[in-house]
Design a protein around this ligand. Structure first.
Ligand SMILES: Nc1nc2c(ncn2[C@@H]2O[C@H](COP(=O)(O)OP(=O)(O)OP(=O)(O)O)[C@@H](O)[C@H]2O)c(=O)[nH]1
Ligand SMILES: [Mg+2]
Length: 486
């Protein structure tokens, strides 16, 4: 059966498992006749209902139901649609779906209701994508951005930009028309100004992706440090579950382990990495390369130092982390395992002190257990250091607090129009590339027809965001990520 055919009438459960009540959605030309063959109404039929109605009915031997009827075009999909509200037993839901299928409906594919809503002009593509985002939003900031996009404010901003590009194109065509008569283009300055202004705004939108993506998918926080420092233990402690394998064998974590967690009102994406050390093991080396790659993409790096290591090792471990970070990244350096400082008698700790016990007073480099964190931070040349114990939980609340502080005003209300979608970001980026060529062409005196080509391409890129031009391929990729029934 062709998933794109509007002739089909589709049905699907719109509610998940659990709860007392379930909702089944039906949409398409045969919607009302299918409902009538499944539900017995006390009065009248679905087909004869004059407009949108809620009717009480019974599905014999199955359930008593409420049926909301929406007559085209006044429905979510723009087609004749119905929603059957029933009791949420898996038996009832599957029985009703079976009866609907017997009556000629077919099970809907993922996102097919929203796909129809888009194709019937009920919403544009950016709004359709926002439907999924609204459902997935688990922080206030993510919810605000998604609803802003759903209501169409985001599309409006893009449409305005696209219209400006059309205006630039028409100014250019004017030049083209008169070029043979060698009429000086009167408004070249206006054209440049308009172009520069448009580029600046598109750039601002594209730049907002970093924040938008962090709000939607989580701020990437990489946990990095030497092998055995306690990175995986820290990940588990932050999540409150045994997500990553922990062992006292250095090199336990081979591949990155990722998990998200909402702290305050911010979603964080924690990435535990393979310990940084020299290794001859080929697989471990690949893991360490991945650690470096993750660090490069992180917004925040939690550098974990093993509080039981001597100073020279800490210095090396610290440098391994700091030398790879850019100024735009936040480093939160922690000294882990401080619980052990209390548990082990001083004469036994740290292990190097036992060997060089006499030297310890003279060369404190062998152990830093008796150094306050600020002193060690100074010695390591880092602005601050936080003492924690991933095992006992000491210092973790402060670490969470620092994490929240490091993301600043991520949840602030003026962040309502942000790009959160990679597809949109790529389209904006490609439009900027085209416009860069237009601008360079203007400077070098290229003729309008050559510039118009790049301008058209930029216009198309912007239009693709709200779905002015789409292909089945693009729609397929967007809606396959939706749930059934959405
Ligand atoms: N005393 C104490 N031991 C800890 C703490 N955190 C981790 N450890 C121990 O240190 C050892 C290494 O812990 P992991 O979490 O596997 O260390 P890792 O940094 O992930 O190590 P790799 O994956 O090998 O790089 C384990 O034996 C942990 O139990 C802590 O806060 N206190
Ligand atoms: Mg590990």
């Amino acid at each position: 059966m062709d998933i794109h055919s509007f002739n089909d009438t589709i049905c699907a459960p719109a509610t998940g498992s659990g709860g007392a009540i379930a909702l089944i959605r039906i949409s398409g030309p045969a919607c009302f006749s299918a409902v009538d063959s499944v539900v017995r109404f006390r009065k009248g039929t679905a087909a004869s209902a004059p407009a949108s109605r809620i009717k009480f009915g019974e599905i014999p031997e199955v359930d008593e139901v409420l049926v909301s009827l929406f007559r085209a075009p006044h429905s979510y999909t723009g087609e004749d649609s119905a929603e059957i509200t029933c009791h949420a037993s898996p038996f009832i839901v599957s029985r009703i779906l079976q009866l609907l299928t017997d009556a000629g409906c077919r099970p809907a594919g993922p996102g097919e209701f929203t796909r129809r809503a888009f194709l019937n002009g009920k919403m544009d593509l950016a709004q359709a994508e926002a439907v999924a985002d609204v459902i997935a939003a688990d922080t206030q900031a993510a919810h605000r951005i998604a609803t802003n996009q759903l209501r169409g404010q985001y599309s409006l901003r893009l449409r305005t930009l696209r219209d400006r590009l059309l205006e630039i194109a028409s100014l250019m065509e004017l030049e083209l028309d008169f070029s043979e008569e060698e009429v000086e283009f009167a408004d070249r300055a206006k054209l440049r100004a308009l172009l520069a202004e448009t580029c600046a705004e598109i750039s601002r939108l594209a730049d907002s992706f970093r924040t938008g993506n962090a709000i939607k998918n989580g701020v990437p926080v990489v946990i990095a440090g030497a092998a055995n420092a306690g990175k995986s233990t820290l990940l588990n402690a932050l999540l409150g579950e045994e997500r990553a394998i922990v062992s006292d064998i250095p090199g336990t974590t081979r591949d990155t382990v990722e998990e998200t967690l909402v702290l305050g009102d911010v979603r964080f994406r924690f990435i535990d990495t393979a310990g940084l050390r020299e290794s001859t093991d080929a697989i471990e080396r690949i893991g360490i390369e991945r650690s470096y790659a993750s660090m490069a993409k992180a917004q925040v790096v939690i550098g974990v130092l093993d509080g039981l290591s001597p100073l020279d090792e800490l210095r090396k471990a610290c440098e391994e982390i700091t030398k790879r970070l850019s100024p735009a990244q936040t480093l939160l350096m922690v000294r882990n395992k401080v619980d052990a400082y209390d548990a082990i008698p001083p004469e036994e700790f740290p292990r190097f002190d036992r060997v060089y016990g006499i030297l310890e007073l003279k060369y404190p480099a062998f152990g830093t257990y008796n150094w306050p964190p600020d002193q060690l931070a100074g010695e390591l040349g880092i602005p601050s250091l936080l003492d924690i114990s991933a095992r006992s939980g000491e210092g973790l609340e402060t670490l969470k607090q620092r994490l929240l502080e490091s993301v600043g005003d991520l949840g602030s209300p003026d962040n309502a129009t942000l790009v959160t979608n990679l597809r949109h970001y790529e389209a904006l980026h490609s439009a900027l590339e085209d416009l860069g060529r237009v601008s360079a062409g203007l400077d070098s005196g290229l003729t309008g027809d050559l510039l118009a080509q790049d301008l058209r391409s930029a216009t198309r890129s912007l239009g693709s965001i709200f779905g002015e031009i789409t292909t089945d391929d693009i729609l397929g990729r967007i809606f396959e990520r939706f749930c059934i029934g959405k």
